[in-house]
Design a protein around this ligand. Sequence first.
Ligand code: ATP
Ligand code: LTN
Length: 329
Amino acid sequence: MKETIFSGVQPSSIPTLGNYIGAMKSFVDLQDKYQATYCIVNQHAITVPQDPEILVRQTKQLAALYLAIGIDPNKSTVFVQSEVPAHSQIAWLITCQIGVGELERMTQYKDKSAKQESVGAGLLCYPALMVGDIVLYDAKYVPVGDDQRQHIELTRNFVDRFNNRYGEDILVKPEPIYPNAGKRVMSLQDPSRKMSKSDENEKSKISMLDEPGQIIKKIKSAVTDSIGVVNYDTANQAGLSNLIEIYASLSEQPIKKIVNQYHDLGYGRFKSDLADLVVSVLEPIQKRYNQLIASDELYDILSIGATKANETASQTLARMEKVMGIRYR
Ligand code: ATP
Ligand code: LTN
């Protein structure tokens, strides 16, 4: 039996190159070795305000992108979170067992709540939903970017606590899988902040659906420094080092080799080759995306995915409800 992995991306906007490199690319790479379940986590997206019509559109777009990057529905289960009720059901059981203090310490909560005028309780309770996503599928591994480190740690602590209280081996304790290069892709305009799909500054991010012209322009205008020599030095050349990581991930070459190759060629040449590389990766994905988004195939795949996910998830939910004493028959 293959070991299980689970991961998800929020349909909060079109995914960026950061989402692709940090997480989605690994989804494809790992699907042969593991029994994979990949979710479009739309219930996570509503922890901050969303326009309903745009959310629906983005949900379909993200599903199409999952398939366009190479997630194979014959190997992996792909589904939309709201189509599997066990996610919201288990989230409540978990919410009742997580401390408010624990939730308030999450940096994602601090960052996101600082940006909201009025903070919904869902934003604070969000990690309970994420813990639920992972444990429902008995996931041993979770491919994610570095910004999810704290949430995975919280999941691991929760599983320990739960199993201690209710019996060993009820829940599987997951481990994160981070990519070798690009576990934290930074903003092209401010390399001290992560590239984020909900960043309002379009120049800070490359969307997976950006056209070649936009990609070239954004990489050309990415913030670097005045040192002028291509080096991987995150302290003094943070912007450039971020571009090198992107190059390393997409070309699957070691950072050292890239630095050797471009060391004396100047930033202009490096940026122009990087832009070509990004375009060469995204163009075929966009081509497949355009076919998928216009077809009914997408709905069929998501229906089959939700049915499969439901089978597994409802069993875990039942196991948890039983030990917690809220299944009386
Ligand atoms: P939002 O801006 O709406 O919070 P996000 O861009 O942070 O979205 P998520 O949907 O929260 O994206 O994350 C999906 C996956 O992408 C997660 O595994 C996350 O760790 C990863 N990820 C997000 N941003 C980056 C980044 N800049 N570098 C590497 N991985 C990232
Ligand atoms: N919280 C993640 C998205 C997410 C996720 C998950 C990732 C929701 N549920 C389960 C891995 C496993 C985020 O905001 N980046």
